[in-house]
Design a protein around this ligand. Structure first.
Ligand code: URA
Length: 216
């Protein structure tokens, strides 16, 4: 998807040797999904460094994200922050975004059409950041990126080659952090997956990214 007349991204960052910026990939207006235009109070763009080696992709903003304008700031976000800390990373070290940038009504799953409508925004963001590893957080993002059905619990930690836009990426499949809130048994799976993703991306760890995590 390219930008159309019904959506717009922010201006490109300044040229030269300034730090990398994703300003040009922030969506500032979009009306492709009429039901989401009604249910959102804002468009929630990705946050984090423009050159992050690790990008987390969730499903869609919930109520907290919609009100604060940042992905994963609710209870799921606290779990993600804990797992990042345990992997030797701060939230500010990684980029966090969603497949769909507007909150669906009653927190329902985004439809296939809504996912498709928003895919170009995600493609532009990933192409600009160019991460070593993309982590798909939960079933909806995993199936959207891998383009097949995914059993996230049994496939958590697996690495897959995906294409978003015209670019290939290495993706690590993960359970959604919210799953750990309903099923404590998923916490270890989630934390191990995040540690493995950090290791594959060459970031985090006790020794500044040089850690060597055994296979799990
Ligand atoms: N769940 C998601 O998938 N994304 C968010 O931003 C928050 C919760």
């Amino acid at each position: 998807m390219t930008s159309g007349p019904d959506d717009a991204t922010g201006g490109e960052g300044p040229p030269g040797s300034d730090p990398p910026t994703t300003e040009g990939v922030d969506v500032v207006s979009c009306t492709r999904c009429p039901r989401l235009v009604e249910s959102r109070s804002r468009i929630v763009n990705g946050v984090g460094p423009a050159d992050a080696e690790l990008v987390f992709v969730g499903e869609a903003p919930g109520a907290n994200e919609d009100s604060e304008g940042e992905p994963f700031v609710g209870r799921s976000g606290s779990v993600l922050d804990d797992a990042l800390r345990e992997a030797g990373l701060a939230r500010s070290d990684v980029r966090i975004t969603n497949c769909v940038r507007c909150r669906p009504p009653e927190n329902r799953d985004p439809t296939g059409e809504e996912l498709d409508n928003c895919r170009g925004h995600l493609a532009r963001e990933l192409a600009a950041v160019d991460p070593a590893i993309v982590v798909s957080l939960g079933k909806v993002p995993s199936e959207h990126l891998l383009d097949r059905s995914v059993a996230v619990t049994s496939e958590a930690g697996d690495v897959a080659d995906v294409r978003v836009g015209d670019r290939p990426y290495r993706a690590v499949i993960s359970v959604h952090p919210a799953a750990t809130l309903y099923d404590g048994g998923q916490r270890e799976t989630f934390f191990e997956t995040i540690a493995r993703a950090a290791d594959l991306a060459g970031v985090g760890g006790d020794d500044g990214g040089q850690s060597s995590l055994g296979a799990f």
